[in-house]
Write a protein that binds this ligand. Sequence first.
Ligand code: DQA
Length: 142
Amino acid sequence: HLIYVLNGPNLNLLGLREPEIYGSDTLDDIAGMLEDRARELDCEIDMRQTNHEGVLVDWLHEAQAEGAKAVLLNAAAFTHTSIALLDAIRAIAVPVIEVHLSDPQAREEFRHRSYVGMAAVDEVKGMGARGYVVALEKAAAL
Ligand code: DQA
């Protein structure tokens, strides 16, 4: 089973960026954790990061074209702004699981609305890096 793991803006700085909120694991650390679990679950991971909204849209379309079983999507700040991402998730048949390291509901009000969440089949938030592994387990069980 092919699982896309797509990460949005500023997540390339994970580990350095506001570690009191996001933790000290880097995106590479998370990729390593996911690879280990993916082997056990008989899944293949394709993990990527971009700072550009349209690239995330392209990758969602690609997930469908490549026959991915599911997408784990941490759209970062675009979560709260992007109707284009909402439409892209609705445009594909591949189920998308929303992932956040922090719990946006427990933070500033401008993080409370999630366009991704309006179309995602499930969500994992507030669990830090481990949440990606939990999301992978959910994806494998779909
Ligand atoms: C985030 C939460 C978003 O509100 C924020 O803009 C991020 C990271 C998270 O993983 O907790 O960049 O998606």
